[in-house]
Design a protein around this ligand. Structure first.
Ligand code: URA
Length: 239
């Protein structure tokens, strides 16, 4: 791999910043200072130092995105823009994919990774990872709805959902706002649960997954890497 690409992938900065880094003589390969960003290196066999410290090759990437509406949570789509198309080259290099899905019109916290085991750990129905959503609906939510969600809502296909937690933020004669926490991820689950309660979702945003909240500084479409501390919230230590 080209040295500049490698350094950039490892978080040393943008290609431009990496070029500066090389120019300043900060990078050594097998004991020699290398100035040429185009030089090819082999991370398996060569000794690469930055300011005298070994450069550790990063195999996996873990991102959080504030998914904007109108974008598909998939790696490819014939018609629509995908979340992968919102990523810059320094991370697409890792070939990340979305951890689970949000509907095209849903916004908010979406994780992306190239680590299949991490994906499995979060998605496995056995793990019951809680997800909290903010929603706006047509219809008036009541305490009866709160209890029904607690006990499990029977969807239109007869499936009874696991107990969830509904918090009514505001309820008027016409519309309501709410937070809903569920531990499953059935297709269109929040919208279908609300429909079963006679409400129609007009806006949906995922706020958190497990103990991890969406970083409120991320604008729709923006993303960043998860910190080690954030990964630890899922009992995950990257290789
Ligand atoms: N539930 C839904 O209905 N849609 C989503 O995108 C996520 C959860």
């Amino acid at each position: 791999m080209r040295l500049d690409k490698l350094l950039s992938n490892m978080g040393a900065g943008s290609r431009k910043e990496v070029k500066q880094l090389l120019k300043s003589g900060a990078i050594q390969v097998d004991g020699e200072i290398v100035l040429d960003p185009k030089q090819h290196v082999d991370v398996e066999t060569q000794d690469i130092l930055m300011y005298g410290e070994p450069v550790v090759y990063q195999k996996y990437i873990y991102l959080m995105m504030n998914k904007p509406p109108g974008v598909i949570s998939a790696t490819e789509d014939k018609r629509d823009q995908t979340v992968i198309e919102l990523l810059f080259e320094d991370v697409t290099y890792f070939k990340p994919f979305p951890v689970g899905r949000l509907d095209k019109d849903t916004e908010g916290l979406l994780l992306l990774t190239n680590d299949g085991s991490f994906n499995h750990a979060l998605m496995s129905p056995k793990k019951h990872v809680a997800k909290t959503y903010y929603a706006e609906v047509i219809g008036t939510l009541t305490e009866e709805d709160v209890i029904e969600v607690q006990e499990g809502v029977t969807l239109e296909d007869g499936y009874k959902t696991k107990p969830g937690k509904l918090v009514i933020l505001e309820a008027t004669d016409e519309t309501s706002t709410l937070e809903l926490t569920i531990t499953e991820g059935k297709f269109h689950q929040v919208k279908r649960m609300m429909l079963a309660l006679g409400k129609e979702v007009t806006y949906l945003k995922r706020l958190s997954i497990g103990e991890l909240p969406l970083d409120s500084t991320l604008e729709p479409g923006e993303y960043r890497e998860l910190t080690r501390g954030e990964l630890a919230l899922f009992d995950w230590t990257p290789e």
